[in-house]
Design a protein around this ligand. Structure first.
Ligand SMILES: Nc1ncnc2c1ncn2[C@@H]1O[C@H](COP(=O)(O)OP(=O)(O)O)[C@@H](O)[C@H]1O
Ligand SMILES: [Mg+2]
Length: 272
């Protein structure tokens, strides 16, 4: 069973008389452990797609099935719980809480979860701290636990945001242009970090970008154009090299996934 499938998902925005078809009957299958880039020019529907994948927005028509659960079948309360437990976001502008330290920012999703689940089912403070410290170490920020976001560089802030996204051990991390506010060297380092976590922890990543260097690090690239999937390419040369360097760690299977198109070079694909 696919971890995630979209069947003919459309999203239409209406502004008075005019209609914008931000997504036009998009079908996509994503398997657990994928490291997938959504690329395409500005206005092609990347943000709309990620928001729908993250249940921040609902499709005008079509079906989203996560891990066998049709999201449409869930009521508002169950959908919020589903989103909270399974789906994490990393944002272009990091979205850290400025008055909280690095550790407190990373702990936040677990604190919220513990509140929601109650004392009996949630983690206790010591467990939350241990998981947060583990993830802070995993993103290379040990020693910075007590710093505030304003004391960090952009790249470090995004590392904190990634650690925060990982503490719940989510099914998927969704990232909308996570490197857009970073210089290209730092952007590359953030992508390397995400790819490393994908290989070591098996976390599925779906991220949008129009940075060519960033997209070349993906193992599968879905190009959007005017709300349609223009191409879907898996197993790029670069992606294969990633898998080979993962040292036998089990990552997403090689080769095209069921939804994929032909193998091919990344360099001819879209983006702006
Ligand atoms: N809230 C909205 N209201 C009306 N139109 C929107 C809204 N959000 C996005 N759109 C339109 O939908 C299309 C896709 O936008 P978006 O998903 O933001 O693309 P991208 O992230 O690739 O730049 C664009 O034409 C955009 O103008
Ligand atoms: Mg966007």
């Amino acid at each position: 069973m696919a971890m995630l499938s979209l069947e003919k998902v459309s999203r239409i925005y209406r502004k008075g008389e005019t209609e914008v078809r931000a997504l036009d009957a998009v079908s996509l299958v994503v398997e657990a452990g994928e490291f997938l880039a959504i690329v395409g020019p500005s206005g092609s529907g990347k943000t709309t797609l990620l928001n729908i994948l993250g249940c921040l927005d609902s499709p005008s028509s079509g079906v989203i099935v996560y891990d066998g659960t049709d999201l449409h079948s869930l009521d508002e309360v169950k959908l919020s719980a589903y989103r909270r437990d399974r789906i994490s976001f990393v944002f272009q502008s990091f979205n850290l809480v400025p008055v909280l330290t690095v550790r407190e920012n990373v702990e936040l999703p677990l604190v919220i979860e513990a509140r929601a689940k109650g004392r009996k089912f949630g983690m206790n403070d010591a467990q939350i701290k241990a998981v947060a410290l583990e993830m802070i170490a995993a993103v290379g920020l040990s020693g910075k636990e007590d710093r505030f976001p304003r004391e960090l560089s952009g790249g470090q802030e995004q590392r904190v945001a990634i650690a925060r996204a990982l503490v719940k051990k989510p099914l998927v991390v969704l990232a909308d242009e996570p490197t857009a506010n970073l210089d290209s060297k730092t952007a590359g380092e953030i992508l390397d970090l995400m790819r490393d976590i994908n290989a070591k922890m098996g976390t599925t990543f779906i991220f949008s970008t129009h940075d060519r260097l960033v997209m070349e690090r993906a193992r599968r690239i879905v190009s959007l154009h005017d709300g349609n999937i223009a191409s879907d390419v898996s197993g790029t040369a670069n992606g294969t090299r990633v898998a080979a360097s993962a040292g036998g760690v089990s990552v997403a299977k090689e080769g095209p996934s069921p939804a994929s198109g032909t193998r091919g070079s990344v360099s001819s694909e879209g983006g702006d």
